[in-house]
Unconditional design. Structure first.
Length: 320
């Protein structure tokens, strides 16, 4: 018997739409099909692969491990197919929707100010920007590029280093005038130490003592905030001290709105900032590469004590 012709890319695209839109009905509307036709197509795909991809209930669909693997690979395959067609048909002009997730400090101090210039250079692009300091699964959130600060866990994602920044303990002059300036780590005991309540937040502030040993000072203030920019605003209001990235506060320090404290005890640790995306590089859509290259070109961590420049893409990590 002759082998039936199978539209594998079509099946894969429908399956991915079902997952991304959360059900057969939504995928059917998006694809101009009936829900029963979409359900039968997914069932046929499962039969052809010999594996259950979805566990179905009356309220939700849940991916099986095999379904999760097919979805993750399918997203990359479809992106590569779109890229090939786009390059062949429109001479490689970046266009389309780009979903970007960034931590809040980077978003406010770098990403948002650069949006006008990016869209002027690429007028056929549309940006969907989400700012959060929470840990994000970029596949689950259908994110093209995520910018995160801090260490990256090992994963199948790829990271491109944008730079690194020193961390500073800062306070407003008004706060220091009321409560005094700490002269050593022990002096922090009587100060309001503001911290963050998101998952990746450090439990304490690392400091280096006069004898060279390192200690961690607990963060026990009367306010915790959901992101670094909220902490900056609380410090500017004179509520207490916080440990923030230098790029966040360098303008405030230069203008006298904030003051760095205990610099003699600063351990000098650097927090790296990465753009994280689905790779490898040869399969990255043109619209994603456009943003990555633009950030590498425009973002400069060039304050004193910081390292400038962006590195090459490398296997790295889950978004932090």
């Amino acid at each position: 018997m002759a082998r039936l012709e199978v539209n594998r890319s079509g099946e894969l695209e429908i399956f991915v739409r079902v997952i991304e839109l959360g059900g057969f009905s939504a995928a059917a509307r998006a694809c101009g099909m009936t829900p029963s036709a979409v359900s039968k197509l997914v069932a046929r795909l499962e039969q052809r692969l010999g594996a259950r991809l979805l566990n179905r209930s009356t309220r939700q669909l849940k991916l099986t491990p095999e379904g999760c693997e097919l979805y993750e690979r399918g997203v990359r395959v479809l992106a590569a197919l779109d890229e090939a067609e786009r390059c062949a048909g429109i001479q490689g002009i970046p266009r389309g929707r780009l979903r970007v997730n960034a931590n809040v400090p980077f978003g406010h101090h770098f990403l948002l100010p650069l949006v006008p210039a990016f869209l002027e250079r690429y007028p056929e692009m549309t940006l969907d920007i989400v700012l959060t300091d929470e840990v994000v699964d970029i596949l689950e959130q259908r994110t093209d590029v995520a910018v995160r600060a801090g260490p990256l866990k090992s994963s199948s994602l790829v990271a491109r280093k944008l730079g690194q920044t020193r961390m500073l303990l800062v306070a407003a002059p008004s706060y220091l005038a009321r409560h005094g300036t700490p002269l050593d780590p022990a002096g922090l005991e009587r100060h309001n130490r503001l911290g963050a309540n998101y998952v990746r937040a450090q439990t304490g502030w690392p400091l280096r003592q006069a004898d060279g040993t390192h200690i961690t000072v607990p963060v026990t203030g009367n306010v915790q905030a959901s992101d670094g920019e909220a902490l900056r605003r609380l410090v500017l209001a004179g509520l207490g001290l916080a440990r923030l990235a230098e790029f966040q506060v360098r303008d405030d320090i230069a203008a006298g709105r904030l003051q760095a404290v205990l610099e003699a005890y600063n351990p000098g640790d650097q927090e790296e900032v990465h753009a994280v995306f689905v790779g490898p590089g040869g399969q990255v859509p043109l619209r994603v590469r456009a943003l990555l290259d633009f950030l590498a070109e425009q973002v400069a961590f060039d304050a004193p004590g910081e390292s400038a420049g962006a590195g090459q893409a490398s296997p790295a990590g889950a978004v932090q």
